[in-house]
Design a protein around this ligand. Structure first.
Ligand SMILES: Cc1cc2nc3c(=O)[nH]c(=O)nc-3n(C[C@H](O)[C@H](O)[C@H](O)COP(=O)(O)OP(=O)(O)OC[C@H]3O[C@@H](n4cnc5c(N)ncnc54)[C@H](O)[C@@H]3O)c2cc1C
Length: 368
């Protein structure tokens, strides 16, 4: 039962690259943002700082020529957001009501009312739940096991080595094709005898001489040693139940991602997987005043730098909205905090009471 009430102009949920970048921009705009993130919880796989907290080398974030450790990068993000006055709250949000402004968020201890909401809750990679997959020291996660080929594929330990990709969809084909740039060989392990991936992605993978498919097979265990990391996988054929060990130096799990959007189901527009739908060239959702940034609205790039980029956009969009300026919506129209809608062709304004007026002063004057 919440015991304290907070009233805010800008609340951000999530302290990954998207949320913290939004916080830096909103704080520098004197909007005194409150950033809420879930506490660290091994079972729910949450950690303030987001997904980069479970990785070591980040080699592709601009500004760090020698690369940087994931948690160290997120510490820098956080210190920068703190420097400009971001307030932090570490609590799970249990309910969110965005049916009207102020939007209402409830945690164990707080009821938070906010004029704008920036959702940066990220997406979680789906895992197999098999032995050896967990993060170091419980398994080889971060030491040969990854869910992101773009992020980890170029690391030295994977170069000229045999690698395994698990999955049969577009993501798995994309990851396998990408990894052939570095690997000696890529085995795609799929539990069925045909792929779910689109034809064009399948064709690309089938034509690649470095990719070998292992059909009707599941990975039972990831094998390795503390120092060397991953050394192989134990496979089981689902039809014959025959088991064997396949030697490899890395395992990329590519069975999909789950966006963290359960709080907003039925309230905000989502695609069939659950990613939030935002406007083209804007971070606006279908509810005026609610913005989304980072992996929670990005089924395509899923990188720290793109998350940070959209975090910046979300803060600028929220600032614009609070300044009574129109913000682009997913449907192509624009909307103001007063509830005025500007039509996609910019020719008319629909007032909150439904009255339509021309959007050109000279036309309005002529009509008068
Ligand atoms: C193993 C691994 C390695 C990676 N390596 C790289 C790399 O080298 N380079 C790169 O560019 N990208 C890398 N990525 C991808 C990158 O981490 C993501 O693209 C990026 O973190 C997305 O940022 P985000 O802010 O959108 O979300 P996230 O980083 O996922 O942060 C979301 C935050 O929201 C919080 N949250 C979720 N739901 C709630 C709730 N209900 N209440 C409160 N808080 C909530 C979560 O706890 C989390 O802290 C890697 C990803 C993984 C998994």
């Amino acid at each position: 039962m919440p015991t304290q009430t907070l009233d805010k102009e800008v609340v951000i949920i999530g302290s990954g690259p998207a949320g913290l970048t939004a916080a830096i921009y909103a704080a520098r705009a004197n909007l005194k943002p409150l950033l809420i993130d879930a506490p660290a919880d091994a079972e729910k796989q949450t950690a303030p700082g987001g997904q980069l907290m479970i990785t070591t080398d980040v080699e592709n974030y601009p500004g760090f020529a020698k690369g940087i450790d994931g948690p160290a990068l997120m510490e820098e993000f956080r210190a920068q957001a703190e420097r400009f006055g971001t307030e932090f709250l570490e609590e799970w949000i249990h309910t969110a009501d965005v049916s009207e402004r102020p939007f209402i968020l409830k945690t164990d201890n707080y009821e938070i009312n906010t004029q704008t909401l920036i959702i940066a809750t990220g997406a979680s990679a789906m895992w197999l739940g098999i032995p050896g997959e967990a993060k170091v020291p419980d398994g080889f996660g971060g030491n040969g096991v990854s869910a992101c080929a773009t992020c980890d594929g170029p690391l030295p330990g994977f170069r000229n080595q045999p690698l395994v990709v698990v999955g049969g969809g577009d993501t798995a084909m994309e990851e396998a094709t990408f990894l052939t740039r570095y690997a000696a060989k890529v085995y795609v392990i799929h539990r069925r005898d045909k792929l779910r991936a689109s034809k064009i992605m399948q064709d690309k993978a089938f034509q690649n001489p470095k990719i070998e498919f292992v059909w009707n097979t599941e990975v039972e265990e990831i094998l390795g040693e503390t120092q060397a990391g991953v050394t192989g996988v134990r496979l089981r054929n689902v039809q014959t139940h025959e088991e064997r060990v396949l030697a490899c130096s890395g395992v990329f799990i590519a069975i999909g991602h789950k966006p963290n959007t359960a709080l907003f189901k039925g309230q905000l527009d989502m695609d069939e997987i659950g990613y939030l739908v935002t406007a083209h060239r804007s971070t606006a959702t279908n509810v005026p005043g609610v913005f989304a940034c980072g992996d929670v609205q990005d089924n395509c790039y899923r990188q720290a730098v793109t998350a940070a980029g959209t975090g910046c956009m979300a803060a600028l969009d929220a600032e614009r909205f609070l300044d009574h300026l129109p913000v682009a919506m997913p449907g192509g129209d624009e909307v103001t905090i007063e509830g005025e809608h500007i039509t996609p062709d910019h020719q008319a304004i629909i007032e909150p009471d439904g009255r339509m007026v021309p959007n050109h002063p000279e036309m309005a004057a002529r009509e008068d």
